[in-house]
Write a new protein. Structure first.
Length: 139
């Protein structure tokens, strides 16, 4: 069975702390993800997402604070708009937009982080490995 590789770009203040809580609470979730912290989800550039796919990720998760709770006021609103743009860009590259997921997960939602990781891993398994041609997009 294909085990998907997921790159997770996580807000330091909320989603990354939620991931830490899932770990310290010993919640069970698939170990498919590699977490990369950003000060704010709005700092995740489209180039970061494209890099992840080009380097072999089967999926990318962007996690941020809930709308209205961003430590940088409106960062998560910018993230929401950027992900909509990225979905259109992925369509152009022939990558299923389901391979990019945006989630709002607070520091107190370790259970939600574990659930999202399990759900996303299952979705990516059903999609299968990403096509190599898609990884050649920025070369």
């Amino acid at each position: 069975m294909h085990e998907p590789r997921i790159v997770c770009f996580l807000c330091t203040w909320c989603t990354s702390a939620g991931a830490d809580l899932a770990g310290t609470s010993r919640l069970q979730y698939t170990p498919s993800g590699v977490n990369i912290r950003f000060m704010c989800s709005s700092r995740v550039d489209p180039e970061h997402v494209l890099w992840a796919f080009r380097e072999g990720a089967d999926g990318v998760l962007i996690g941020g604070c809930h709308p209205g709770d961003c430590h940088y006021q409106d960062g998560n609103y910018r993230t929401h708009a950027r992900v909509a743009l990225l979905h259109r860009l992925l369509d152009d590259f022939g990558i299923d937009r389901e391979r990019l997921r945006l989630e709002w997960i607070s520091a107190a939602e370790g259970t939600k982080f574990a659930r999202v990781m399990n759900e996303f891993t299952e979705e990516l398994r059903s999609l299968g490995p990403i096509k190599l041609a898609a990884r050649e997009m920025a070369e």
